[in-house]
Design a protein around this ligand. Structure first.
Ligand code: SF4
Length: 173
């Protein structure tokens, strides 16, 4: 087991505490129809107001802990998505929002689509729905933060409960 410098250990603990209490996120649309993106924006509006939990949207991947991605990955967006992911400092986490990010959804098999998000970058949390409700998106972020509180980098798939998936659209996944 690696022996850490005690000072480094304290710095790591402070950084992890800061990350859990105020994760900074960047949003990337790699080919979505914009439905999921509208729901992400809704989480930032006063009705849901995720900033009260310290979650802040960033303009630069260099300042972001979490990549919130929507849509399947198109051929045009693939390299940009990889570049954004690589520019984020470690440790970094990816949340795939919506059925298209999970499986390609309605765009699966299109001539210009590479596939779902996990075909291009590693994904930590999946949030199903077409589109998922803002509550489901917040739930997914909380799942990620809960895993980090336990001191582990989530490598598993976390899925929002079905009752949080869009009811208006018949809870499609
Ligand atoms: S999951 Fe639905 S709303 Fe989201 S990008 Fe795909 S088609 Fe659009």
């Amino acid at each position: 087991m690696e022996n850490k410098n005690p000072l480094q250990e304290i710095i790591d603990k402070i950084m992890n505490w800061s990350r859990i209490n105020s994760p900074w996120a960047i949003h990337f649309n790699s080919g979505s129809c914009n439905g999921c993106d509208i729901e992400i924006l809704a989480t930032l509006t006063p009705r849901y107001d995720v900033e009260r939990f310290g979650i802040k949207l960033q303009g630069s991947p260099r300042h972001a802990d979490v990549l919130i991605a929507t849509g399947p990955v198109t051929l045009q967006a693939k390299d940009r998505l990889i570049r954004v992911y690589e520019q984020m400092p470690s440790p970094k986490f990816v949340i795939a929002v919506g059925s298209c990010a999970l499986s390609g959804g309605v765009f699966d098999g299109c001539y210009n689509v590479v596939g779902d998000l996990s075909k291009v970058i590693p994904v930590n949390v999946y949030i199903p729905g077409c589109p998922p409700r803002p509550e489901a998106i917040i739930f997914g972020v909380v799942q990620l933060l809960e895993s980090l509180k336990l001191g582990k980098v989530p490598e598993m798939v976390e899925v929002a409960p079905p009752e949080l998936v869009s009811e208006e659209l018949g809870g499609q996944q």
